[in-house]
Design a protein around this ligand. Structure first.
Ligand code: AMP
Length: 372
């Protein structure tokens, strides 16, 4: 393969892991991020700039063969400028659809997928109508820029709705029914187009446990019926085709009463796919880089039947404790510890569910011993 350069908008851990996976393919990486401390700077050149500085972005992509994202909220005006210079994937359509929770929910409905009851909130009067229509308990979320549970408030009593809205800035929101789910699952999938022919593949469905709105563990395969897992894969294929998607993406679902309800999608590599680094034949990071470079996908099959990931949040453990268990693979992102900040993760793989649960428990214990 001739040498390529990929530009990544965002220099966090996702960008870092994309570069670590793509470098063996002979690809060079560069990053654009507002922070001079962005952790991807360890694995490629970092340009520091603001997202609304279209000139700086254009200089950054000059000489790139492809550009992709690990941060989705780049203003449309900056994207316009970039797209006239270089191939940018995933597409504008995918970004615009997934960055607005109302637009995203309507898109899922147009794909024939089940979503929780929801209503748009743009004013105090609309909030009253939304709460009356959807009912309580519900959850109020900012339409844009929310992540890891930020910009969200649960509303258990209609009388508390207005103050909940004010506490998140009275900005445009979505009000959703609170789903009494049995479990949360996500599918990480990839689509590429090579010489006009599309190729789609998906990793086994992952089962996710959150703590304080932040992903804590992913176990795959999710403990759901084969039929439900297939339904999630079909949903991902439909979404990818409708968006003419190129790259890796994830869709998060609730499982309630045996039914899949779509919560949201992420137009990028996803935390619930980190296990694929050692656990799959081709990691989500490598497949994303392959796709944005117009290359064929590698297999998404797991190497061992059971895989898991546990996030490291708010601390940086000493490697000795974690690595004492030979089943644990440690990934630290080179980030300083801060409350609620993801600083790394641990992957484990096993032949059986039981062995996996044991390894996962050991990983959590090792984290606890490191005061994590
Ligand atoms: P989100 O930012 O939409 O991914 O929400 C973060 C987490 O909050 C989800 O993974 C769920 O654990 C919880 N959550 C969000 N929306 C709902 C909902 N409508 N019903 C129940 N739990 C929710």
């Amino acid at each position: 393969m001739s040498e390529r350069t990929v530009g990544i908008l965002g220099g966090g851990q996702l960008g870092r892991m994309l570069a670590l996976a793509g470098t063996p393919l002979g690809i060079r990486f560069r990053f654009f991020d507002p922070s001079p401390d962005a952790c991807a700077r360890d694995v490629g050149a970092l340009t520091v700039g603001t997202w609304d500085d279209a000139n700086a972005l254009c200089r950054f992509v000059h000489g790139c063969d492809a550009v992709t994202f690990e941060f989705e909220n780049v203003p449309a005006s900056s994207l316009d400028a970039l797209e006239s210079i270089v191939r940018v994937q995933p597409s504008r359509l995918a970004l615009a659809t997934s960055s607005d929770r109302i637009r995203e929910k309507r898109f899922f409905q147009s794909c024939g997928l089940a979503v929780q009851p929801f209503a748009e909130v743009g004013s105090a009067a609309e909030l009253d109508i939304a709460v009356a229509t959807v009912g309580v308990p519900g959850i109020l979320k900012t339409r844009t820029l929310g992540y890891d549970g930020k910009g969200q408030r649960i509303v258990r009593d209609a009388r508390a709705a207005q103050s909940a809205w004010e506490s998140i800035g009275a900005v445009p929101c979505i009000y959703e029914a609170l789903v009494p789910f049995d479990r949360e699952v996500s599918i990480v999938a990839a689509r590429t187009v090579v010489e006009g022919a599309a190729q789609f593949d998906a990793y086994p469905l992952g089962e996710n446990v959150h703590r304080d709105g932040i992903l804590h563990t992913t176990i795959t395969p999710a403990r759901v019926s084969d039929a439900l897992a297939l339904q999630a894969r079909d949903a991902a294929r439909t979404v990818a085709e409708q968006l003419n998607y190129v790259g890796v993406f994830a869709i998060e679902f609730f499982v309630a009463d045996g039914i899949l309800i779509v919560n949201e999608m992420a137009p990028r590599v996803h935390n619930s796919g980190h296990w694929t680094i050692e656990g799959a034949v081709t990691s989500q990071f490598e497949n994303h880089i392959r796709a944005v470079c117009g290359l064929p996908l590698g297999s998404c099959a797991p190497k061992l039947p059971w895989n898991a990931m546990v996030n490291i949040v708010g601390c940086v453990p000493s490697p000795e404790k974690i690595l004492a268990d030979p089943a644990c693979k440690l990934h630290l992102y080179g980030k300083a510890a801060r409350a609620g900040r993801k600083t790394g993760h641990i992957n484990v793989s096993a032949q059986s569910e039981r062995a996996l649960i044991e390894s996962l428990a050991q990983a959590e214990q090792a984290l606890a011993h490191s005061s994590c």
